[in-house]
Write a protein that binds this ligand. Structure first.
Ligand SMILES: NC(=O)c1ccc[n+]([C@@H]2O[C@H](COP(=O)([O-])OP(=O)(O)OC[C@H]3O[C@@H](n4cnc5c(N)ncnc54)[C@H](O)[C@@H]3O)[C@@H](O)[C@H]2O)c1
Length: 338
């Protein structure tokens, strides 16, 4: 079903009257008319925030709450998040907290949001340099089916970022999916198949329904993220930020190397994974200096407990193991890795 038709159906079925559209400047400039048909039936108001992580803040959330209060929205308003993961996280947080929670819809426009951020109900804002540290779990009431035409305008680093997360889903869920990704020589918007997006969403939804609050089964979705976040934070602090999924790709390679070092992942599978990653991503050179720089960022991770970090070993391509704790020092034996 067409994306907008699906959203209209949801609004109609749920007796919506007022719709608050939240989007960012880039998406608004590229797709100013995309949601116009909704205004023929519903009372729509649009809030446009600056693009980028800096809008995922409590100050921005406050400004939106104030505008909602000024407009005297009651609990029947539906928040429609039209954008990438930043908008889904921010708008989800605002909706989950306004008057103790109003309905919200995610209509994702980046690959990363289509396969990951729009799904699963983790909403949050950042605080200073700490990502996602203030937020709540609240499922979106509807996720619009992905409209892949949005990928045509996505800058390549953002497409790559989504591809990093997509690769994660292949690695943790399906060898066949990984083999299909292995066939790609070059990543362009046109090569991204709708069934790959659907496979990621289905896998994520299965884990989320088993463990909504991320205390068990959902944790495998964090594969590559512990090390990825440390790398992402370090790059940001250097003034050279990398998109989230690109950092995840780096983090996955580290986790795969650790898995191979521990004799869990066969060496030839590690080589296939590295070959695929290197075809699309620039990998940093691991050395003692970089290890020492990343260690403080790893120590700050939400998942670090009593000096131990949670790692998620890969057993085979398409088969993830159970998370395990590794002391910070063991978990960062990167100097021994090429
Ligand atoms: N809640 C979750 O489960 C979850 C999961 C993964 C990531 N996230 C969050 O998602 C965010 C990252 O998401 P993202 O990568 O989508 O970033 P984003 O929303 O910041 O979008 C990236 C850039 O692409 C632009 N953009 C969006 N759609 C476009 C389009 N169709 N054409 C051209 N440009 C477009 C945006 O304006 C922005 O500049 C982070 O805040 C991360 O923490 C959340």
């Amino acid at each position: 079903m067409n994306t907008l038709t699906a959203v209209s159906d949801f609004l109609r079925r749920n007796g919506a009257r007022e719709v608050l559209v939240l989007t960012d400047r880039n998406v608004d400039a590229l797709y100013p008319q995309y949601l116009s048909p909704l205004a023929e039936t519903w009372s729509c108001h649009k809030i446009v925030v600056s693009a980028g992580e800096s809008s995922k803040s409590i100050e921005q959330a406050t400004a939106i709450w104030e505008e909602m209060l000024d407009r005297q929205y009651d609990r029947e308003v539906v928040v429609l998040n039209f954008g990438g993961g930043m908008i889904c996280d921010l708008g989800g947080f605002v909706a989950a907290t306004y008057k103790r929670g109003v309905r919200y819809v995610n209509l994702p426009t980046t690959l990363l949001a289509m396969i990951d951020a729009a799904v699963g109900g983790k909403t949050a804002v950042n605080h200073h340099y700490t990502k996602n540290c203030i937020g709540v779990f609240r499922q979106p009431d509807f996720i619009a089916p992905a409209d892949t035409q949005f990928l045509d305008t996505l800058p390549h680093p953002e497409l790559l970022s989504g591809f990093g997360e997509m690769l994660k889903y292949a690695l943790i869920s399906s060898h066949t999916f990984f083999q299909e990704l292995e066939q790609l020589d070059r990543l362009t918007p046109g090569v991204v198949r709708k069934n790959w997006i659907d496979a990621c969403v289905r896998f994520k939804e299965s884990r989320v329904s088993a463990d909504f609050e991320d205390r068990g089964a959902r944790r495998v979705l964090n594969f590559g993220h512990t090390y990825g976040h440390a790398y992402e934070s370090w790059c940001a602090a250097q003034g050279d930020p990398v998109p989230h999924g690109v950092a995840v790709a780096v983090g996955m390679v580290i986790e795969c190397r650790l898995s191979a070092q521990a004799g869990i992942l066969p060496q030839e599978e590690l080589e296939r994974i590295e070959q695929l990653v290197r075809r699309h991503f620039v990998m940093p050179d691991w050395n003692e200096a970089l290890r020492n720089r990343l260690l403080p960022y790893l120590a700050q991770d939400k998942k670090v407990c009593n000096g131990a970090v949670t790692t998620i070993p890969l057993r085979h391509i398409g088969l993830i193991g159970q998370p395990r704790m590794l002391s910070l020092n063991d978990g960062m034996t990167l100097s021994s890795m090429k």
